[in-house]
Design a protein. Structure first.
Ligand SMILES: [Mg+2]
Length: 269
């Protein structure tokens, strides 16, 4: 029987990229093996389009990618069908989100969002260079923020967001305010596009992630790869019977080991 057609959906920060240095070089052996097998790697992140484009070109990745926690899917030109690049939106507009956050702040909730910060301030909170921070601030449909209130106030803030059709997802560093979609919705939509374009192949999804904002994607994939945070804190809960591999090492080292093991299993050679 032919091996299933695999698609990898990978989170970036703390998963394919080192949480602190953003280095991904330890994953190069597995990335090269995936490339040699023509297995798509879909970068799936809370990062912006401008940030992910940078990484894609550094990695030589030519596949679709998912930005801002599933807010949009970017399909490169001529990828599924002949034609220009496409952007498929899943979420609310950023203007609407910022307007509502403004109302919540007026009610007394305490937080600082990317839109309140300069490039240099975002740089100091993230360890990004000011140039990279500028790319991180070019957002389409989500607002990352630093929570400055109490846990009780955060619970009320979350309820207010849900009433407005929004939500707050915890990423590696920030709370991401966004529409009620997540990486799993974008993954399912993109898998559908692969299945539609190449219906003779049985597409299977492998998702890799380390944070609560990856949980739905991990639970929705045929195989979940949980990359350890290395802190001993277990933040991902999956249904008991869900197929899962857990990495021993954090970041790109763990990514590399897990993907190598999966390829050994699916593609013996
Ligand atoms: Mg992460």
């Amino acid at each position: 029987m032919a091996a299933p057609a695999l698609i990898l959906f990978s989170d970036l920060d703390g998963t394919l990229l080192d949480h602190d240095t953003y280095d991904w070089s330890p994953a190069i052996p597995a990335l090269n093996r995936l490339k040699a097998r023509s297995i798509p790697i879909v970068l799936t992140s809370s990062k912006t389009r401008a940030e992910i484009e940078d990484l894609r070109s550094a990695m030589g990745n030519s596949h679709p990618f998912i930005v801002e926690n599933g807010a949009a899917i970017i399909v490169p030109e001529n990828y599924f069908d002949p034609g220009p690049e496409q952007t498929l939106y899943l979420g609310a507009s950023r203007d609407g989100i910022l307007q509502y956050l403004h109302e919540l702040r007026a009610q007394g909730f305490l937080f600082t969002g990317f839109s309140d910060l300069t490039d240099d301030e975002v740089a100091s909170h993230t360890g990004l260079t000011p140039e990279r921070a500028a790319r991180a601030r070019q957002r389409m449909a989500t607002e990352p923020l630093i929570w400055q209130g109490t846990d009780d106030e955060l619970a009320k803030f979350r309820q207010a967001l849900i009433r407005a059709g929004l939500q707050a997802l915890a990423g590696g560093r920030f709370l991401h305010v966004m529409g009620q979609f997540d990486k799993a919705d974008a993954m399912a939509q993109l898998k559908g596009l692969y299945q539609h374009r190449w219906p003779e192949r049985k597409w299977q999804t492998i998702a890799l992630g380390d944070s609560p904002n990856d949980q739905a994607m991990l639970a929705g994939a045929d195989l979940a790869v949980v990359i350890t945070t290395g802190t001993g804190e277990e933040r991902i809960q999956l249904p008991p019977s869900h197929p899962v591999i857990r990495s021993r090492q954090p970041g790109p080292e763990g990514w590399n080991q897990c993907v190598m093991a999966i390829l050994d299993c699916y593609h013996r050679s």
